[in-house]
Design a protein around this ligand. Structure first.
Ligand code: UDP
Length: 369
């Protein structure tokens, strides 16, 4: 039987507290999904690292904050590295709290891209659902994700098809996309603004390619995001003679969208299999067309010629050509795309369907071949 109202435990990323920027796009995903699930009438307990804050309150929401040392992120470890858990680490503490209150809930949703919660699924104390937030970054992670897919295929979901292709899965992947609170993004119709780039400042995000475009066009590039790798940021800044980059910092969503909305285009230049690409959709929600490399998530978010342009990875000339043609894209198309495909309401409905599918599946069926 399908539970109409679910009692859900959501477990945040152990990489940093919500609002720190260290968790990347996962932070926003958690916040907008909570709002969407509450809208659908579900009850939520959020377990998150100390310091985490949500921009809203609700009778249906309880937050439990846990103290401990941040978990290192897999994208900066080597493929064959072992699982690392620091002394006094927050990751096991988050999950001790889950185990203490697990009986009070119907299901747990895990947002950590980490081995421990995936492995805990096998104990079957409670149904743990994992929204996998990255492509393949490590052998041990790839292996445990594949194992869980074979044991409990309905307890895994991915943001995009391209991301899921990194893994060896038992069944067709469940794709839930992502979602954004449309009230937080205002449509801006100005077509003459500057060029922008947004994301964590780290090598896998490829900021240098967007700077090359701005440099070629003799323009400034406005850059927003959490500086994760200071050395990398410094190197990019110093490889151009003029002051091309205008650092805007890591801003809260209300200020970020207000500044982002003034751009005539966002350039998105990932160097890895981008699982989704939140900033792409946030820009489109403000009416800003996006020019992105066709690598991972962006290829499923951008409809070439409709809400932006897709360019072959590492093709700087292609980026420049697309930037020159950006006035061909109607800004309203961009906003419309997000409203239809990626509001937090449609995202929460997709997640609700996923949970109901997993909850109605008996464990014995899951483990049959
Ligand atoms: N972001 C932000 N303020 C800023 C710049 C970025 O809050 O000034 C957030 C943005 O909303 C997005 C995240 O940073 O949710 C970056 O996520 P994305 O999925 O683009 O990349 P990831 O960091 O997860 O690889």
């Amino acid at each position: 039987m399908i539970n109409k109202q679910l009692k859900l435990i959501l477990v945040s990323t152990p990489i940093g507290y919500l609002g720190s920027g260290k968790g990347g796009g996962v932070e926003l995903t958690i916040v907008s999904l909570i709002k969407g699930l509450i809208y659908l009438g579900h009850e939520i307990i959020l377990i998150a690292p100390k310091g985490s804050k949500l921009p809203f309150e609700s009778e249906l929401l309880e937050i439990r904050l846990i103290d401990g040392i941040d978990q290192p992120s897999w994208q900066h470890l080597k493929k064959k590295d072992p699982v690392l858990i620091p002394f006094n680490g927050v990751l096991p503490k988050l999950w001790e709290e889950v185990i203490n209150i697990a009986n009070e809930s119907d299901a747990v949703i895990n947002f950590a891209y980490d081995w421990l919660p995936l492995w805990l699924t096998k104990i079957q104390l409670i149904k743990i659902f994992h929204l996998i937030s990255m492509g393949d970054e490590s052998l041990i992670m790839k292996d445990i994700i594949s194992e869980i897919s074979h044991l409990f295929p309905f307890q895994l979901a991915f943001h995009t098809k391209s991301q899921s292709k990194d893994y060896s899965l038992k069944t067709d992947p469940i794709i839930v996309g992502n979602g954004f609170d449309m009230e937080n993004y205002l449509f801006n119709e100005n077509v003459n603004g500057p060029l922008g780039w947004a994301g964590r400042i780290a090598p896998e995000k490829g900021l240098e390619d967007a700077v090359k475009v701005a440099n070629y066009l003799g323009e400034k590039l406005l850059v927003w995001g959490f500086i994760e790798d200071k050395k990398y940021a410094f190197e990019i800044e110093n490889s151009f003679t003029k002051e091309i980059i205008e650092w805007r910092g890591f801003l809260p969503t209300d200020k970020f969208q207000e500044q982002l909305g003034r751009c005539r285009a966002l350039i998105n230049t990932p160097k890895w299999n981008e699982a989704y690409g939140n900033v792409i959709v946030e820009a489109m929600a403000c009416g800003v067309p996006v020019i992105a490399y066709d690598l991972g998530g962006p290829g499923e978010l951008i409809e070439d010629g409709v809400n932006g342009f897709l360019v072959k990875p590492n093709d700087i000339e292609g980026l420049i050509k697309a930037t020159k043609s950006i006035s061909e894209i109607k800004r309203q198309n961009c906003r419309n795309w997000v409203e239809k495909k990626a509001s937090n309401k449609v995202f929460a409905e997709r997640v609700e369907n996923w949970l109901n599918k997993g909850l109605n599946k008996k464990i014995s069926e899951d483990i049959q071949d």
